[in-house]
Ligand binder design. Structure first.
Ligand SMILES: [Zn+2]
Length: 61
């Protein structure tokens, strides 16, 4: 299970998501960033920024 917490990227935001694979987490995170924080947040390196902050929680679960 992969987890992404938006607050690690956008300070103050407590939104988070979990999915079985990181690609799905990235997809949801981009969607959230677009809807909640505006498209200006979606930059070329945003996917990389998201990926760098995804935590693998499968061992904890
Ligand atoms: Zn957010």
């Amino acid at each position: 299970m992969k987890t992404f917490e938006c607050g690690s990227l956008v300070p103050g935001c407590d939104w988070h998501t979990r999915a079985d694979d990181s690609a799905e987490v990235v997809r949801r995170a981009v969607e959230h960033l677009r809807h909640t924080h505006g498209e200006t947040y979606i930059r070329e390196n945003m996917v990389e920024e998201i990926k760098a902050r995804i935590r693998d929680t499968s061992k904890a679960a």
